[in-house]
Design a protein around this ligand. Sequence first.
Ligand code: PLP
Length: 377
Amino acid sequence: MMNLKFDTLAVHAGAEPDVATGAVAPPIHLSTTFVHNPQGGQPGAFSYQRDDNPTQQRLESALAALEGGTCALAYASGMAAIAAVLDHLQRGERVVLPQDCYVGLRAFASEVLPGRGVEVVAIDTTDLDAVRSACTQGLALLWVESPSNPCLRVSDIAELARIAHAHGALCVCDNTFATPVLQRPLQLGADIVMHSTTKYFGGHSDVLGGALVFARDDARHAAIRQRRLLSGAILSPFSAWLTLRGCRSLPARMALHCANARQLATALAATPAVARVHYPGLAEHPGHALAERQMRDFGAMLSIELQGGYDAAANAVRKVRVFTNATSLGGCESLIEHRAAAEGEHSQSPPGLLRLSVGLEDAGDLIADLQQALAGA
Ligand code: PLP
């Protein structure tokens, strides 16, 4: 096999023409069941859709190729993929998580794990000394999210993987914000990459999904795969197909997403109503130098804190016209969200923080929209 460049893999991985028909675009196999041979076994490799199915298999091979992993498992959502990893923690083990991370990860860890006797420690993973002190005996898993949601903190994935491995623990990295176009955590030493494919892989805000990509096809992968079979948290073939289609344009979309975000971040940094811009592409961002080393570009997620706090943020999301006030990210359309309002009373987000998913519209239109929404904020 030729050593293909990333953009070529994005177009061709899991895209082999259909053997039965010669169709160039992959077919969607909706069948839930596959015939048995009279003497038992299957003529093909499949038995039942929940165990495995051809469309999901294509997506998994594409995800593994793009992340540089050995194998991958697709899930019904990003949360199902997160739960699949956390479900494997045993009584007496310890998991270390970032303080700034996807709110669903924090909720699963705090609501489910302590009842199972798993100790949860949340720390600032950008502070390696804090990580070293939190990684004590019993450490089974160090979770990394970089850049993080919603404050865009950048953590040193290679160093965190080294610390985890020194304790015989796993390093799992949520690569949803960066995508493998910008960052490849397995090459930096992580053991498992987790994705909400709902975001940039799907790319059009119309398909939910999640994935785990494994550095090694080992006993852990087999155990997590077996658990997926038992719990049934698989991705539907249609969702797998849509996500696979998203892979083809991922590098091209990410290039435009990132270029737009850079322009927007620069404009927002010079906007009086804005107290802080959290975007790793800005030279003054505390994680800028590290992001330059471990990422190919800085992504298209950014957040801003307004001088006027909670009320100013609530007001701004009511005034946008090109941005849409909605949760989620990674689609073609730009989204804005007042995280504290969306997360409710237990929110840990700064009260005046607006999270932006920068889309593929004209950058000038996006800047003008935010400037009118923030005028007088
Ligand atoms: N990880 C990150 C960084 C996210 O932003 C999200 C959702 O917003 C998830 C995981 C969860 O993914 P899903 O919504 O597909 O369950």
